[in-house]
Design a protein around this ligand. Sequence first.
Ligand code: SF4
Length: 387
Amino acid sequence: ERGMKMLEYLEKGPWPSYVTELKKTKYPLEPYAEGLARKYTPWLSGSFRVRYVFSGILARRSRDGKFVEIHFRTYAPAGRFYSTSYLRKVVEVAKRYGIGLMEFGGNTGALVLNMIAEKADEAVDAIRTIMGSDVGGSGDTFREFYACPGPALCEFALYDTLHAMDYIRSHPAFYRYLNTQMFPYKIKFKFSGCPMDCATANSRADFALIGTWVGAPEIDQGLFRKMVEEGKINPKEIVNSCPSKAITWNEEKKELNIDGSKCLKAMNCIRKAFPAIRPGKNRKIALLVGAHVQGHFGPKLARAVALLDSVEEVVPFATELINKYMDLAPRRHRIGDMIIRRGFKVISEVADKTLPNKPKGTPSSHLRISIGTNLTDDERKMYENWA
Ligand code: SF4
């Protein structure tokens, strides 16, 4: 009773209430209310099998055991650009077999449909035949790939994240594993168009592909001066807020300078003074590995492996590293855990073999790439500074 009163309270006030919305669905509010009152989760995890689904299913049941719901993760388009006709099909399937909830913006990257357990087998058939998608992205397999909207929406995009995600997901080297549980634990690929990293690749992806550039950002001095005169930007603030202290402002000449050998690609000045300051033209894709939140040895950031010119270059590296991962890692260890147990040399060996001419990272480099083999003087200075 106390829990139900708490739910009533949550429906009051000026803001939209999730309780009001949940009431429109088949979501079991009674166990939820009881959980609220007793301060514990109303849900227990449960195991469930659905025929012809080999990539794992997430199930949970209410504490009173009366209600079981299945979370079906389904594949989503790169950048999550859904067509209206596809959304109609999703709604149709969710109405027929679901509890009335869908998750479009979860961290998993997948489109999640919350289904009624008794209808799970039929729901899988409908997801395949009506939606033309599939269930996947749970268990010890590839989790759903995720790309920021990149060039479709964002002026900062330094490479085509949407193409990159489609290319990797549909590549035969990876596609064949999508619906199987072949790995010691999950593997995630994430694609961010620039170092702002909206896909959170640097902190969550076993394979992170992040757009970057070599050298200093470009400055349009005339436009920059104009923005200063109009009071839109304050050059001193831009100088002081640069984390790598790479920026100087000449008050007499009214000129901004950025030392490319120091720039750590924080995107700070670019965000403040765009479009007067833009990313440099020598664009690359930074390949990083080993980030995750869940893993045997705790959360980790990614480590930089190499600077690439195109996404196609990832394939031999990733295939080889995944084979090593399958051979070397115990169960429930992520690639980042394997690096801790076996050392970064596992990664360097694979990178030396499959990416022989690319600037390489060091065991400690995160978004930094240290000295490579085929660098210009400008690049070399930058990497020395980073290393
Ligand atoms: Fe734009 Fe960069 Fe964010 Fe992608 S990561 S959406 S390119 S700011």
